[in-house]
Design a protein around this ligand. Structure first.
Ligand code: AMP
Length: 399
């Protein structure tokens, strides 16, 4: 596989698939530019070598072709601010004459941003002819969009077929994501603890089943935990529960036993009389919650149990909060687990936090720089840990 870091981009036009799918407010101002800043090192390395950069991305979910609301033109001025002295141009289409002319005329050290790829339905269909048209715009293809790596779209996977093996590679962001994910899933030092939380068991079944083959310990917290308690015949009051997943939960517990994987459920919970920030709260055993009450966070005993497991771990994967961390009254579990992961990391463990809400949680508690890696790709990371091959990775790795 061609290495981005050692490649010399001098005189080359690099066509980069980025994930600039940033949130915009009604005035088309970017409200969170994390996805743009995350790819700056890749862009800067190419420009620094004396190459030029053509950026392509999707923005939102346009249904009917070109729509002003989803135009990438709204990103141009912020991209200019982020890049400082660099000349940034914009093409009103991602293929066609204007894109061809502007990319052909692009000088070394300059950047061209293409219009939204999803203005063409061919993008999501993974259309070959569309991918080929895009491929003509650059000499080298760089994929730096981990967030869309689980999609076999024209610009994320199919396009790679139109470049020789030494002319396609991951960008720095994608490389970092892939390396940390591989480190956890395939090269984990034991004990390997997976912490899985969030609302629904159904969303996390595949990931838990795959991790049963890899992890030493699996901690299950958040709303999902109550389905596991109820499956064992326990009283969970009005806590979140997926009744159609009770059998699956039992199956997972049985499989874990056979495989020698320790499953840890929260022994106690902070319970509330309603799903609200100002609810009445108290603490009780998670397997004996009275009717009318619901578990909205793991309790102190659970925190102590989980912490003990986490601090013994050499590899940690964390996906999903331990409770309704958006409300201060139910934040303690998630915060304590975040602190424990940070402490284990300080002691030498490799920790990867992935998936929207756990990432939001480590950011909320200002612990993002205290864990080994925070993944930017929610859905892609989940599918990777479910054991699926991601088309965006395979397109470059397997060629
Ligand atoms: P997910 O997207 O599946 O990772 O779920 C994240 C959401 O789960 C967050 O918005 C949390 O508020 C919610 N959550 C976590 N624990 C609980 C719980 N015990 N009861 C209800 N919702 C929860």
């Amino acid at each position: 596989m061609t290495s981005f870091s050692t490649y010399n981009f001098s005189g080359q036009k690099a066509l980069i698939r980025v994930d600039f799918n940033v949130p915009l407010n009604d005035q088309f101002e970017i409200t969170d530019d994390t996805r743009m800043t995350a790819t700056l090192p890749t862009i800067k390395k190419i420009l620094g070598d004396g190459g030029s950069v053509i950026l392509m991305s999707h923005l939102g979910r346009p249904k009917e072709g070109p729509t002003d609301k989803y135009s990438m033109k709204h990103l141009v001025s912020h991209l200019k601010t982020l890049l400082g002295d660099v000349k940034v141009e914009f093409a009103n289409d991602c293929i066609g004459e204007e894109a061809i002319d502007k990319s052909a005329a692009l000088q070394a050290g300059a950047v061209l941003l293409l219009e939204n790829l999803r203005f063409y339905k061919e993008e999501e269909k993974g259309d070959k002819a569309f991918a080929e048209k895009l491929s003509h715009l650059g000499d080298v293809y760089v994929n730096d969009a981990f967030g869309t790596a689980h999609r076999a779209h024209a610009s994320t996977a199919v396009i790679a077929d139109f470049f020789e093996a030494d002319k396609k590679m991951f960008g720095l962001l994608m490389e970092g994501e892939v390396k940390s994910a591989e480190k956890v899933l395939h090269e984990s030092q034991k004990p390997f603890t997976a912490i899985i939380g969030g609302a629904k068991v159904s969303d996390k079944i595949l990931i838990i089943e795959n991790l049963l083959q890899k992890a030493t310990d699996i901690i299950i917290g958040g709303g999902m935990a109550y389905t596991f308690w109820k499956a064992q015949g326990k009283q969970i009051g009005n806590s979140l529960c997926e009744d159609d997943r009770l059998e699956k939960a039992l199956e997972i517990l049985a499989k874990a036993k056979v495989l020698g994987v320790n499953i840890h459920l929260p022994m106690d919970s902070t319970i509330a009389d309603k799903f609200a920030a100002d609810a009445q709260t108290t603490n009780c055993e998670s397997y004996g919650i009275p009717t009318g009450w619901m578990g909205l966070d793991i309790g102190q005993k659970a925190v102590a149990d989980f912490k003990e497991v986490i601090l013994k771990s050499k590899t940690i994967l964390w996906n999903g909060p331990m409770g309704v961390f958006e409300m201060p009254a139910f934040q303690n579990g998630t915060k304590s687990i975040a602190l424990a992961v940070a402490e284990a990391t300080k002691k030498g463990a490799f920790s990867l936090v992935g998936g929207g809400d756990s990432v939001a949680a480590v950011n909320m508690f200002h612990l993002a720089d205290k864990v080994s890696y925070v993944s930017t790709g929610g859905g892609a990371m989940l599918e990777y840990f479910e054991g699926k091959e991601l088309p965006g990775i395979a397109a470059i790795k397997n060629s």
